[in-house]
Design a protein around this ligand. Structure first.
Ligand code: BES
Ligand code: ZN
Ligand code: ZN
Length: 477
């Protein structure tokens, strides 16, 4: 998809007019019949009206009614996606988006809804099954939008597209090594440094959690470090993002029932969010020192697989009694969180499709967030989350939940009880941190069985826009 600015509206162009009220229609050269048709449709509560002039189509999109500021941006993104549906439905390839009454931010939100909604994953469709959306080009006609705004939108959108692609790719393609290679490709493009630890290096570092999960796999694990350290960084200590990169989760010997396994190629969505977020941050050259850590492997029940009952010595030297091999995300994240200590970080945020419990509790409309010694940062992250509509619901880090992880024979076990699974997972991870820390569980919003406005079916890329917005807020203060 191409988005640019246009200084004129060619008479043959398809145009979407963004307007606040029917008063704005006066300047738009509609005939009297057309105006009365548009007004009738508006009376019938339509927020988008299509006028077919045969050689072109004109659309009126109405500003959303009474909603709060953040909800307003979201309502406009959703409106943009709805307009996109009309355009693709009418096989339109090019459109001008024109407004004299919307603010620059509102126009960008509208186009963002269009661009994100136009994502498709067609790599494995062939012949007539490969139905490509018609829309290819959007021109913005408005003084309120700069080329810089458009560039920012396009980089963020391409980061989201990439993140969605990684999740949508089946594990036969998206192995741990491939995931690392994708990070390297984006890092090379943006000018960030990407270092990939191979199995040998991971063994020499004694990353016991990552190696234990990998034991049942025939493919080697990877540990990727994606670093953006600009000379003009505003921070002394880095922000560190850690993403769960389980490229496929069978559950291991604690095998998942097949209807739960079906979608488990999505279990690297946290890693995809970190790679996409790091790409946007570095490509747009935000003056902030940020590091992404991505432990990656698949989780399988092959001959040498780790077993329920195994005791694993982790990267930090502590021991874990593995009572369920399906609680593998915390095993690989724990090692990455321990590794993060060496950076003396300002804040570490991990993001993971960690528990079915989080998804059952709040569904796909939000992620679960838990904080440790990071009150102010957590408030800031939630503010960014509301802005980009990747919302966070806070769960407690109360110590009593940690008691559920006591083991008879090791320092702790890798599962709590039947209850509060999202919280005990967070408590497990907390043990491996000694810095301000936020844990995000995206098991609900990472992957959709059917599309939800501009969040297309499959991988959503959730987390990418959140991380970019959060780091940008560090620059603007
Ligand atoms: N990858 C799953 C969690 C998940 C479930 C992600 C649904 C996305 C959608 C994770 O590794 C897992 O299996 N968690 C277990 C933990 C349990 C064994 C303590 C779960 O949530 O059931
Ligand atoms: Zn699992
Ligand atoms: Zn998992």
């Amino acid at each position: 998809m191409k988005v640019d600015k246009s200084t004129r509206k060619p008479s043959s162009a398809n145009i979407i007019y963004l307007i606040k009220s029917n008063n704005d229609l006066i300047d738009l050269n509609f005939s009297r019949e057309e105006v009365s048709y548009i007004k009738n449709m508006r009376k019938a509560k339509k927020d988008i009206v299509e006028v077919n002039r045969f050689n072109k189509r004109l659309y009126i999109a109405y500003y959303p009614g009474q909603v709060s500021v953040n909800q307003k941006s979201e309502a406009i993104r959703v409106l943009g996606n709805k307009a996109l549906g009309f355009l693709n439905g009418s096989k339109i390839t090019k459109v001008v988006v024109s407004s004299t009454s919307f603010s620059g931010n509102d126009i960008i939100a509208f186009v963002e809804g269009m661009v994100l909604g136009n994502y498709q994953f067609l790599k494995y469709k062939t012949g007539e099954n490969k139905k490509v959306n018609s829309l290819e080009e959007i021109s913005i006609f408005s003084k309120e939008v700069s080329l810089k705004d458009i560039d920012e939108l396009m980089v963020i959108s391409s980061a989201v597209y990439n993140s969605r692609d990684y999740v949508n790719e089946p594990d036969s393609f998206m192995t741990a090594e491939q995931l690392a290679a994708e990070a390297k490709t984006l890092g090379d493009d943006s000018g960030a440094k990407v270092e990939i630890f191979t199995k040998k290096k991971i063994e020499s570092l004694k990353m016991g959690g990552l190696l234990a999960v990998n034991r049942g796999s025939i493919n080697p694990p990877t540990f990727t470090i994606f670093e953006w350290k600009p000379k003009n960084a505003v921070n002394d200590k880095p922000y560190v993002f850690v993403g769960k990169g389980v490229v496929y989760d069978t559950g291991g010997l604690s095998l998942k029932p097949s209807n739960f396994m079906e979608t488990m190629k999505c279990d690297m969505a946290g890693a995809a969010a970190v790679i996409g977020g790091m790409y946007a941050i570095s490509k747009l050259k935000l003056p902030v020192h940020v590091i992404g850590l991505i432990p990656a492997t698949d989780n399988r029940p092959d001959g040498n697989a780790y077993t329920p009952g195994d005791v694993v010595t982790m990267f930090d030297g502590s021991t874990v009694e593995v009572l369920n091999t399906d609680a593998e995300g915390r095993m690989i994240l724990a090692d990455a969180l321990s590794y993060a200590k060496k950076y003396d970080p300002e804040l570490v945020i991990d993001i993971a499709t960690l528990t079915g419990s989080a998804s059952r509790a709040i569904g796909s409309q939000a992620m679960v967030g838990m904080k440790v010694n990071s009150g102010k940062e957590f408030v800031g992250l939630c503010k960014s989350a509301d802005k980009v509509h990747e919302r966070i619901v806070e769960f407690p880090m109360w110590d009593e939940y940690g008691d559920m992880l006591r083991s008879e024979i090791a320092d702790r076990k890798n599962i709590g009880g039947a209850e509060a699974g999202a919280i005990t997972a967070g408590k497990f991870l907390e043990h491996f941190t000694d810095y301000p820390y936020i844990h995000l569980d995206i098991a609900g919003p990472a992957f959709l069985a059917k599309s939800n406005a501009y969040r297309t079916v499959g991988g959503t890329g959730v987390g990418v826009r959140l991380f970019y917005e959060f780091i940008k807020s560090k620059v603007e203060g």
